[in-house]
Design a protein around this ligand. Structure first.
Ligand code: SF4
Length: 261
């Protein structure tokens, strides 16, 4: 693990709900997915990504790879570059990516092994590599290409040499100590903000409430806990078609293709 501890972030945002969610809030925002979770009256960790503040420097990508010794060709968190337009009227947009910690995660539903992957009470979707049998069904089921098989993880006797499923866990080892996830800590533009979506006083809840935050692949109804500000274009097929958007994947293997919205 990377020893970079970074600045302590608001422990109120973080420690209230590690493990079992403590009683918190009543209502948050008129944002899809958030208000519904708020009625459950417990912590729901999430991230807001303000793409207007992302320069595409990939500092978050590198920090994450370093934090978890992620193998070459795979990433738990990464940044896509999207290009649009016709020369000379072109533009470039960034789209930081990670596991969306869906409230209704298809990866968990499809896993045949009890406890190998599950959603915690605080909303974080995790993998238990000691139980993973390496079938890779969750990798296929995730509509966000957030998972990959890590050949350096898992019990070889269980996984038959396939390795274990791997993905972002919001830096559970860090946030349990009240420290921000590595990508959040590293981002020089503060494009990534982490906290409790169900706490109306948290920065993430305020941002989701204030801005017209959106989620990726809304139509899949997975209810992501990762919200985007300034990324309305990801859902506008007309916009994408008219402007001829194309995606440049970065730091990902061949399988991580083209399903972002
Ligand atoms: Fe599972 Fe993919 Fe949703 Fe993450 S983004 S919770 S891996 S379905």
């Amino acid at each position: 693990m990377n020893s970079n501890s970074g600045p302590k972030i608001n422990r109120r945002d973080l420690l209230k709900g590690i493990g079992k969610g403590s009683a918190l809030v009543t209502i948050v925002a008129a944002a899809p997915g958030v208000a519904q979770a708020a009625t459950e009256n417990k912590v729901r960790f999430g991230m807001v990504i303000d793409v207007r503040r992302c320069s595409g420097c990939q500092a978050c990508t590198i920090a994450c790879k370093s934090e978890f010794d992620v193998p070459i060709g795979a990433s738990r968190s990464w940044v896509e570059h999207h290009e649009a337009g016709v020369f000379p009227n072109t533009e470039k947009r960034m789209l930081p990516r990670l596991c969306n910690h869906c409230s209704e995660p298809p990866c968990v539903d499809i896993c045949p092994e009890e406890g190998a992957t599950y959603k915690r009470d605080d909303g974080i979707v995790v993998v238990d590599e000691t139980k993973c049998i390496g079938c890779a069904k969750c990798v296929e089921a995730c509509p966000y290409d957030a998972r990959f098989m890590n050949p350096f993880k898992g019990d070889p006797a269980l996984t038959k040499g396939n390795g274990a499923a791997d993905k972002c866990d919001f830096c559970l080892h860090r946030i349990s100590q009240g420290v921000a996830p590595s990508c959040v800590n590293t981002c020089p533009g503060r494009a990534r903000i982490f906290g409790d979506l169900n706490d109306p006083s948290s920065e993430v809840a305020k941002l989701v409430a204030e801005f017209d935050a959106t989620v990726l692949r809304r139509k899949d109804k997975t209810k992501p806990s990762v919200f985007y500000i300034g990324a309305d274009w990801i859902e506008s097929k007309n916009d994408r078609k008219a402007k001829q958007f194309s995606r440049v994947d970065t730091h990902r293997n061949e399988r991580s293709t083209h399903r972002f919205a």
